[in-house]
Structure formats: structure tokens, C-alpha cells
Write a protein that binds this ligand. Structure first.
Ligand code: FAD
Length: 407
């Protein structure tokens, strides 16, 4: 064994993938995976889905069993926060005061929920990012009748679907004109709105929250700028996340909308790499830098970082993809639908049985696809986006044309 040490800050999707990939790439030195959360690393997506619904316990959501870390000689330091990075001495300081030296460092610090400057001291206003958050939320839902969800993004809508299944009254309050406006087009937003309304969720768009106040009874009043008020006995807020860049910034690394990395996922210091939600990285396909919040990005970027830490020159150029589960609907998204000049709908968005897909094109090339119950269209879209070739939009629309034949 060599005595070279790799430290990884952040033990979630990116950190765990990076640690294991280092071993696959032949890293022989020590690997320390340092995570602030106390839990053995777990899958985050089920938090707002099966775990909130009570259908999956945390122990069924572990990224890897403890034995895998042991077998791969990965030293897991849980409940441990890295306080600072000293690039001169190539070491990090822990909150305990202890210092750990590194030869290579990986920053996988992820993101934290963006907090509203409202209702912060209220006991029944919650955010959802960690398993600990769900642990706090669940008991407070007992006895609740009406939940307000601020933010009609994926997490807010997933939570809305789960809470409706408990029989709670649910109101979603969204500042934009439509739900999911940041991530999808109008057809999908309309479909999602109709789906939730069909299940009895009340959705209020173009509604900006101005105040959140609680009465002695515990009843919470949400006041919107329009003058409308919403009464609830529990409030969940899902208004986005911010990348955890403080450590990197304090260490003098380049930071923009995330820790800036090059196409090899290397930071502005050649011995430091970063992966996952915390990075701003170049994307050759879309010819711009991106910050993504997805498991795919965290895993794929981490594997590329590990290869490059082991001396390879691998470029990160994966097509982004994401999924969301709401009621019995699986939504799968490939690519990014920004700046499209044409969109094509395949199937009928009213038909929740057979599903449908929306394809977004620019100059005849496929940029992105949103697929509801259409796994084949999703798989083929990922390939078409990567190929960066023009596609016949008539074929995309034609239900008699098999997606496999488009490649
Ligand atoms: C409720 C929910 C549902 C989601 N659903 C989906 C989905 O359906 N599909 C999908 O693709 N994505 C989904 N996501 C997004 C996905 O979970 C993230 O993109 C993914 O977790 C990013 O992984 P990461 O490792 O980059 O960061 P994170 O998962 O944020 O992990 C970063 C870790 O670093 C730790 N850390 C931070 N700073 C320090 C420090 N100084 N010292 C030590 N440790 C530190 C944090 O405690 C955290 O454990 C969901 C996210 C949430 C919250």
C-alpha cells in the first residue's frame, strides 16, 4: 500500500461514488470519507417519496452496507464536519480541532436548502433535505389536517402527493406562473397541475408569500402579496437549494454558482477535485457551465473525478437526467430544455394510462425530453441528445414509429 491519502469531504451520493471509484481505479493509499451527517450514507431521493410515505425505512435506503466500506478500506468518519482547508499544508481541520493531511482532496459537500426569511422561528415550518429532517417532520404531521407547501418544484410536489395519500388537505403555493417552471415546459407543468388537482391538491400559482405567522393555537397563516391568506397547521418549504461552497471559497478556490471545476472536475488547485450538487462545471453539449442537482450528476461526476485523481484524463460530458415519482406516475427527464425553438408532444397528456413524452429541439437537434410512463422514449432520448445530430420531429410525434428506430 502507498501512504498517499485521499480525503473526501461529504459522504453522500458524490462522496460515496468517488470513494468506491478510487478503489476501482487502483488508488492504493488511504481513503477517508468525511460526512457531517450521523447516518450511514443513504439515498436522498426517497426522502420525499417512499420514506416520507412510511413505505421505506432508512435502513432500506443505505447507499452501501457498512461491509462495502470495510472491504474497500474506506475509512468512514460520520458525524464529522470539516471546518477548513489549508492548501499550503495540504490538510483539513475538523470541527474537533484535529487536522488530517491529504495528497488529493475531493469536495462533495452538496447543497443546503434555501431558507425563506419568514417563519424561521416557527416550530411547524419545515424544510426537507436530510433523513433527520424527515425524522422531525413526521411526528408533527400527526394530528395535522391542512398542510401548506411553499414551492411547486419537484420536492414540493412529491411531498404534496405523499401527504394527500395520508388524507391531509394540501395547498401548494408557487410564486411563478406555473409549477416546475424552472425545469420543464408548459405542457408538463399543465399535466402536473392537472394530476395534483385530480388528487385533490389545491395549487395557487403567481402567489408570493409575504408573511408566515402562527397563532397561540398553533394555526399558521400564510399571507400572500396578493392579499390572499392560507390557513395551515403545518408548512413545508421547498424553494430550492444553494451549493455548499463556503469551505472552498475560504480556501481561495474559484467559486461561482458552485465550486468551479474544469472538464476533468478539477478545481482551481490541481490537487483538489469536486463533484455533485456543489459544482459549477462545463458541459460541451450545451456549451455552457451548469450546476445540476441530481443523483446522475453526483455519481457520474464523482467517477470521473476518481479516474482523474488516479492519473487518467477523463472528460465529464454525461447527458443530464433526472426522475420524479408522484402518485403512480414516473416522470423521467433527459437533457436540459433551455432555449429550445420547437417542442413536439408524443401521445396524449390527458391519458395517464399510456403516458406521453415532450421533446424539446433546437435547430432540429434534440435538447431534452420529458417522459411520463415512457421509459423507451427516455432511454433513446438520452442517446439522441448525446449524438447531437438532427432528428426528424415528425418521427418523434408519430406513435407508430418505434423509438428504437430513431437511433
Ligand atoms: C428530498 C429530495 C428528493 C430528491 N429526489 C431526487 C430524484 O428523484 N432524482 C434525482 O436525481 N435527484 C433527487 N434529489 C437530488 C439528489 O438527492 C442530489 O442531487 C444528490 O443528493 C446530490 O448528491 P451530493 O453528494 O452532491 O450532495 P448531498 O447529497 O447534498 O450531500 C452532501 C453531503 O456533504 C455533507 N457536508 C457538507 N459540508 C460538509 C462539511 N464541511 N464537512 C463534512 N460534511 C459535509 C452534507 O452533510 C451532506 O451529507 C433529491 C433531493 C432531495 C433533498
Amino acid at each position: 500500500m502507498s501512504d498517499r491519502d485521499c480525503l473526501i469531504i461529504g459522504a453522500s451520493h458524490a462522496g460515496v461514488s468517488l470513494a468506491l471509484a478510487l478503489r476501482k481505479e487502483g488508488w492504493e493509499g488511504g481513503v477517508k470519507l468525511i460526512g457531517a451527517e450521523n447516518e450511514l450514507p443513504y439515498h436522498r431521493p426517497p426522502l420525499s417519496k417512499e420514506h416520507l410515505a412510511g413505505k421505506k425505512e432508512l435502513d432500506a435506503m443505505r447507499l452501501r452496507p457498512m461491509k462495502v466500506y470495510e472491504d474497500n478500506a474506506i475509512d468512514l468518519l460520520l458525524g464529522t464536519t470539516v471546518y477548513s482547508i489549508d492548501r499550503n499544508s495540504k490538510s483539513v481541520k475538523l470541527q474537533t480541532g484535529e487536522s488530517l493531511a491529504y495528497d488529493k482532496l475531493a469536495i462533495c459537500t452538496g447543497a443546503s436548502v434555501r431558507k425563506l426569511p419568514l417563519g424561521q422561528d416557527l416550530d411547524r415550518v419545515h424544510y426537507l433535505r436530510t433523513a433527520a429532517d424527515v425524522g422531525l417532520i413526521k411526528p408533527k404531521l400527526e394530528g395535522a389536517k391542512h398542510v401548506a407547501i411553499i414551492g411547486g418544484g419537484y420536492i414540493g410536489l412529491e411531498a404534496a402527493a405523499v401527504l394527500r395519500s395520508f388524507g391531509l388537505e394540501v395547498t401548494v403555493v408557487e410564486m411563478a406562473e406555473r409549477v416546475l417552471s424552472r425545469v420543464t415546459g408548459e405542457v408538463m407543468s399543465e399535466f402536473m397541475t392537472a394530476l395534483h388537482m385530480m388528487h385533490g391538491v389545491s395549487i395557487k400559482t403567481s402567489s408570493q408569500v409575504a408573511a408566515i405567522q402562527a397563532a397561540d393555537s398553533g394555526q399558521i397563516t400564510i399571507s400572500c402579496k396578493s392579499g390572499e391568506t392560507i390557513q395551515a397547521d403545518f408548512v413545508m418549504v421547498g424553494v430550492g437549494v444553494d451549493p455548499n461552497t463556503t469551505l472552498a471559497e475560504a480556501a481561495g478556490l474559484s467559486v461561482g454558482d458552485g465550486i468551479i471545476v474544469d472538464e476533468y472536475t478539477r478545481c482551481s488547485d490541481p490537487d483538489i477535485f469536486a463533484a455533485g450538487d456543489c459544482t459549477e462545471h462545463p458541459n460541451a453539449l450545451y456549451k455552457k457551465t451548469l450546476r445540476l442537482e441530481s443523483v446522475q450528476n453526483a455519481n457520474d461526476q464523482a467517477r470521473v473525478a476518481a479516474a482523474n485523481m488516479c492519473g487518467k484524463s477523463v472528460v465529464y460530458d454525461a447527458v443530464p437526467w433526472f426522475w420524479s415519482d408522484q402518485y403512480d406516475i414516473k416522470l423521467q427527464m433527459a437533457g436540459l430544455n433551455e432555449d429550445y425553438d420547437e417542442f413536439v408532444v408524443r401521445g396524449d397528456p390527458q391519458n395517464t394510462e399510456e403516458g406521453f413524452a415532450v421533446f424539446y429541439l433546437k435547430d432540429g437537434k434534440l435538447l431534452a425530453a420529458d417522459c411520463v410512463k415512457r421509459p423507451k422514449e427516455f432511454m433513446v432520448s438520452k442517446q439522441l441528445i448525446a449524438q447531437d445530430q438532427t432528428v426528424d420531429s415528425g418521427l418523434l410525434r408519430d406513435e407508430s414509429s418505434d423509438p428504437v428506430s430513431w437511433r
